[in-house]
Design a protein around this ligand. Structure first.
Ligand code: GDP
Ligand code: MG
Length: 293
């Protein structure tokens, strides 16, 4: 008999959810960044190992939304919680006692799926502090998503909690999202790395053309920002910044398509798109219905 189900990873921004997903899927699927809120949509990664298949949802951090993009992000995270068969509630080992999930997520009661409380970043605390945590939380898991410690134990605990079920996806599939989606995400990751202050949060990337049949693979993409001043920053002096950004994004995309890439990047202004329901829809975000906001 096989086991399979949806494993939703939730937690505050920056606790290491995307890093954990990339680690368990063994491939870079989700962009990671020291800047919070880098994950905007729910990312699916699939791990099939022997008789067990885990379909991971990486979620945007649970946060109190103050504009439409954040509302869409929170709604995505809440849906992923409802769909879960197992929830991995990720917290940081160096942040003291964690709040119960329903409090952190600001929902009325605990979700119905079993919750595995998981302390991440154990590499940042002393042996003594880790020992105390283990005593206080005997059923929790302790991992370092970036170093790999504790991951096997966590996977065992997840497998144990999953229901018996046929596999949900073919065994060799690692994601349900397209190369186009990942290419756009990697362009956004390059922008997050290279830009400071408010600009990275205003960046969205859209793939206009993706020609896998060409060598080099031809990708035409548009990077959207919210204001003319941001466009100037993104392009840089004589185009220096956008060239650097393009190069960095290209180097990230090439391993994904396993071929040389020609990345043709353009910059456009879409005023205040983060607060614009139509623009959000165009970038693939789903907003909750007006009345429940
Ligand atoms: P998310 O917002 O929860 O998806 O967090 P990310 O996966 O983007 O990670 C946020 C930051 O924490 C990044 O700079 C990661 O490199 C870092 N990080 C993630 N896991 C670990 C860990 O186990 N140890 C340490 N020291 N840093 C980590
Ligand atoms: Mg993330």
């Amino acid at each position: 008999m096989t086991k399979a189900g949806i494993v939703t990873v939730v937690g505050a921004p920056n606790v290491g959810k995307s890093t954990l997903l990339n680690r368990v899927v063994g491939q870079k699927l989700s962009i990671t960044s020291p800047k919070p809120q880098s994950t905007r949509d729910r990312i699916v990664g699939i791990r099939t190992d022997g008789q067990v298949q885990m379909v991971f949802f990486d979620t945007p951090g649970l946060l109190t939304p103050s504009y439409d993009l954040q509302r869409a992000m929170r709604s995505t995270a809440l849906r992923a919680l409802e769909d879960a068969d197992v929830i991995v509630y990720l917290v940081e080992a160096n942040q003291g006692a964690p709040k119960p999930l329903h409090e952190a997520a600001d929902v009325e009661r605990e979700p119905k799926a079993p919750i595995i409380l998981t302390f991440n970043k154990i590499d940042t605390v002393s042996k003594g502090a880790l020992g105390t945590l283990r005593e206080e939380y005997p059923t929790a898991q302790f991992v370092s998503a970036s170093q790999g410690d504790g991951i096997e134990e966590l996977l065992k605990a997840i497998a144990h909690a999953l229901p018996e079920s046929p596999f949900l996806y073919p065994e060799d599939e690692v994601s349900t999202q397209s190369l186009r989606f990942f290419a756009a995400e990697l362009i956004r990751e390059a922008a997050l790395e290279q830009l400071d202050e408010e600009v990275p949060y205003s960046v969205a990337a859209e793939i206009d053309e993706f020609r896998e049949d060409r060598r080099p693979v031809y990708i035409r993409a548009t990077v959207f920002v919210e204001r003319e001043s941001q466009k100037g920053i993104l392009i840089g002096h004589k185009g220096a910044r956008i060239r650097e950004l393009g190069k960095s994004a290209r180097l990230k995309i090439e391993p994904l398509v396993d071929a040389p890439v020609f990345l043709d990047l353009h910059v456009k202004v879409l005023p205040n798109w983060r607060r614009d329901r139509h623009a959000l829809g165009r970038f693939g975000f789903t907003l909750p219905p007006e009345e429940t906001r």
